[in-house]
Design a protein around this ligand. Structure first.
Ligand code: MN
Length: 237
C-alpha cells in the first residue's frame, strides 16, 4: 500500500522529467507576419577556405537580414496583403505590386529570393560533388563540356558591371543557357525561367577575402557549388 511519503516521492521524481513535457506542450508562438531570414543549411565556416566565415556571417546576418527587414517594411506600409504571398509569386508579378512599394519590393524581395537560393546551391567544402547524369548531359549538349560552361559563366559574372548576379538557367534553343542581371534582379522577374545555379558578384560577397579580385573569388566559388542541388533544380524544369 502506498504511503503519503511514497506518493510525494513519485511526484517529485515525475517533476524531474516534467520540464520536457511542459516544453513540448507549450503553444507555439504565432508566426510573425511577413518574411523571415532562413537558417543557413551549414555553418558559417563550412565553405572555408573558398568563402571565409566572416564574409558568410556578415552576408547572411546583415545583408540578407536587411533585405528581409526592408521587404517586410515596404509591404507592411503599402501592400500588406502580399505579406502572405510566396516570394516567387510576388517577384513574377511585380506589376501587381502597388507602385509605391514596387522598387523596394524588386530590390529587397529580389535580394531575399536570390540569397535564399544562393545559400542552397553551395555545399560545405568537399561535399559539393560533380555534375552527373541528365544535368551533365545537358551541360555538354549546351556548352560542350563542364569547363566550357564554367568559362562562359565566369565571363558573364566577370563582365557584370557593378553589382549583380550570373545565372545558369534552362534555355530555349539548348537545354541550358547563361545570363546575368544587375542589382538584385533575377531572370524570373522578366518572365524568364527560374535559375538552377547563380553566383552573387556584389563586392560584399567577396571583398573581405579577395578585395577587387572577382575572378579569383569565382575560381574558388566553383569548389563549393552544391551539384546535387543544381541537379535537383534542373530535374524540376
Ligand atoms: Mn549578397
Amino acid at each position: 500500500m502506498l504511503t503519503r511519503r511514497d506518493v510525494l516521492r513519485s511526484a517529485a521524481a515525475a517533476a524531474v522529467s516534467a520540464p520536457v513535457l511542459f516544453a513540448t506542450a507549450r503553444a507555439e508562438d504565432p508566426k510573425p507576419a511577413g518574411f523571415t531570414l532562413p537558417k543557413l543549411p551549414y555553418d558559417y565556416a563550412a565553405l572555408e577556405p573558398s568563402i571565409d566565415a566572416e564574409t558568410m556571417t556578415i552576408h547572411h546576418t546583415k545583408h540578407h537580414q536587411a533585405y528581409v527587414t526592408n521587404l517586410n517594411a515596404a509591404l507592411t506600409k503599402d501592400a500588406p496583403d502580399l505579406l502572405k504571398k510566396p516570394i516567387e509569386a510576388i517577384l513574377t508579378d511585380l506589376k501587381g505590386v502597388p507602385e509605391a512599394a514596387r522598387t523596394a519590393v524588386r530590390n529587397n524581395g529580389g535580394g531575399h529570393w536570390n540569397h535564399t537560393f544562393f545559400w542552397g546551391v553551395m555545399a560545405p567544402t568537399g561535399k559539393g560533388g560533380e555534375p552527373k547524369g541528365d544535368l551533365l548531359k545537358a551541360i555538354e549538349a549546351s556548352f560542350k563540356s563542364v569547363d566550357e560552361m564554367k568559362k562562359a559563366f565566369n565571363d558573364a559574372a566577370t563582365k557584370r558591371f557593378g553589382s549583380g548576379w550570373a545565372w545558369l538557367v534552362p534555355g530555349k534553343e539548348k537545354p541550358l543557357a547563361i545570363t546575368s542581371t544587375a542589382n538584385q534582379d533575377n531572370p524570373q522577374m522578366e518572365g524568364g525561367p527560374a535559375p538552377i545555379l547563380g553566383v552573387d558578384v556584389w563586392e560584399h560577397a567577396y571583398y573581405l577575402k579577395y578585395k577587387n579580385l572577382r575572378a579569383k573569388y569565382l575560381e574558388e566559388w566553383w569548389k563549393v557549388v552544391n551539384w546535387e542541388a543544381v541537379a535537383a533544380g534542373f530535374a524540376k524544369k
